[in-house]
Design a protein around this ligand. Structure first.
Ligand SMILES: Cc1cc2nc3c(=O)[nH]c(=O)nc-3n(C[C@H](O)[C@H](O)[C@H](O)COP(=O)(O)O)c2cc1C
Length: 412
């Protein structure tokens, strides 16, 4: 979402009711972006402003961004039961920014305005995103309030992040988390209890680069979008995710741990190191099949241009790590073909000992590399083959995870 591209409606936000509470902190302006992103992801966002929040940002901004009325006055004529209705309808209540004062009132169980009353009346999960001056945050009373809100009341606390603070106050913990981090964390809470909760997944993404000399390399057109979408969706469903990625310009998704690699050899080593304890391995990376047989130590001069490049096989990550696969590991391979790939995908399923192969075409418009959409066929070890329509890579990722659910190892 940091790329500026408008997010499209999708799971798990689509059709979900969110109460977005905004309190009187300087970071309230950032929450306008969050309200817009959540709305574009398909959520029904009811914004509730405290009196102090209205000193920082007006209701009209949120009304225009969410397309819904904004609430702020518990005593507004005709709206006497708003706090009960909003509390009951909510699938989640998020407060961002949550001021020190709001945390104190919430920790004390006060209900002296619409937002605190909603907190007491709701049974939905609550996410608080504190933001304040670093000394206010470090104060023993604020820390005690946060501990109580988390440990005794079960509220999730996100942030504050480290970084430059307002009023030239230097760096410190106190910044509101970025809108995309808040939106993804809301997504993870909305997913609730899924078969992925507590699981450990390794996802590979992007191309690899195989050097010819210090400045030139062989690579491919993989953008990393499919692997990044898988990693993000698995994290939202509750998994711990390591995303092993070749070079890509994509903004990493908040949540998964990212390990950047360059070559097929580095990717093999990173996957091998991550396998102990893993429940699933999803190989969405376009790993080089071959690489230059030798790497020149210096940039090859124009005058010394070779007329041919000797190639050798690059390590095959699946083959080279198979001895380290933990018992029951669910393994998903991706196959990219330029022709009718069904036969070779069926062969890959067997020869590489996979549970699922996701086949996509490099030549079909809107599918394969460098686009946001994909058309895939999923081939399972059980013989089931599902041909999906042209979908966004996010939707393909969800479909792959839906299918993988039943293939995960039994819980100990
Ligand atoms: C310019 C300005 C910026 C403020 N920024 C913050 C802030 O970032 N975090 C915070 O906890 N309080 C901040 N405050 C103080 C709150 O606005 C004040 O405690 C208010 O009572 C909070 O009310 P509320 O929690 O009901 O919204 C700021 C006050 C001013 C005047």
């Amino acid at each position: 979402m940091r790329s500026g591209a408008a997010p499209a409606p999708r799971r798990p936000w689509q059709g979900r009711h969110l109460v977005l509470g905004v309190t009187g902190g300087i970071a309230a302006y950032k929450v306008a972006q969050l309200g817009r992103d959540l709305t574009q992801l398909g959520a029904l966002v009811d914004v509730v402003l405290t009196r102090a929040a209205r000193e920082f940002i007006g209701p009209v901004t949120f009304e225009a961004l969410t397309g819904r009325p904004v609430f702020h006055d518990i005593f507004e004529p005709g709206h006497a039961l708003d706090h009960i209705r909003l509390a009951r309808e909510a699938d989640l209540v998020c407060v961002a920014p949550a001021t020190a004062d709001f945390l104190a009132r919430a920790a004390a169980g006060r209900a002296d305005d619409l937002l605190t009353a909603i907190l007491l009346a709701t049974r939905a999960p609550v996410l608080l995103c504190p933001a304040m001056n670093d000394r206010m945050y470090a104060h023993a009373q604020t820390q005690a309030n946060l501990r109580h809100l988390h440990q005794a009341l079960g509220y999730e606390i996100l942030g504050p992040a480290l970084g430059p603070l307002a009023f030239g106050e230097g760096e410190g913990p106190g910044r509101l988390e970025e809108p995309d981090v808040m939106a993804e964390t809301i997504g993870r809470a909305l997913e609730g209890d899924t078969p992925y909760r507590g699981r450990s997944l390794v996802v590979t993404a992007g191309p690899t680069r195989e050097a010819l000399d210090p400045v030139r390399f062989l690579s491919n057109r993989s953008s990393g979008r499919m692997g990044f979408a898988l990693a993000a969706a698995a994290w939202r469903r509750g998994a711990g995710v390591l995303l092993v990625s070749g070079p890509t310009l994509l903004e990493p998704p908040p949540g998964p741990r990212l390990q950047r690699v360059e070559t097929a050899e580095e990717m093999t080593a990173a996957v091998r190191a991550a396998l102990p304890g893993a429940d699933a391995l999803l190989m969405a990376a376009a790993v080089a099949d071959f690489r230059p047989a030798g790497r020149a130590g210096q940039k090859i001069k124009k005058e010394a241009m070779p007329t041919a490049i000797d190639l050798e096989p690059a390590p095959d990550v699946l083959v080279c790590t198979q001895d380290a696969w933990p018992r029951g590991l669910a393994v998903v391979g991706f196959a990219l073909e330029t022709g009718d790939g069904l036969a070779s995908a069926r062969r890959k399923l067997k020869s590489k000992n996979l549970d699922l192969v996701v086949l996509n075409s490099a030549l079909e418009p809107g599918a394969g590399f460098e686009v946001d959409t994909n058309r895939v066929v999923m081939l399972g070890r059980d013989g089931r083959e599902d041909a999906l329509p042209l979908l966004s890579k996010h939707a393909v990722a969800e479909a792959v995870l839906d299918r993988l659910e039943t293939l995960l190892p039994k819980r100990a």
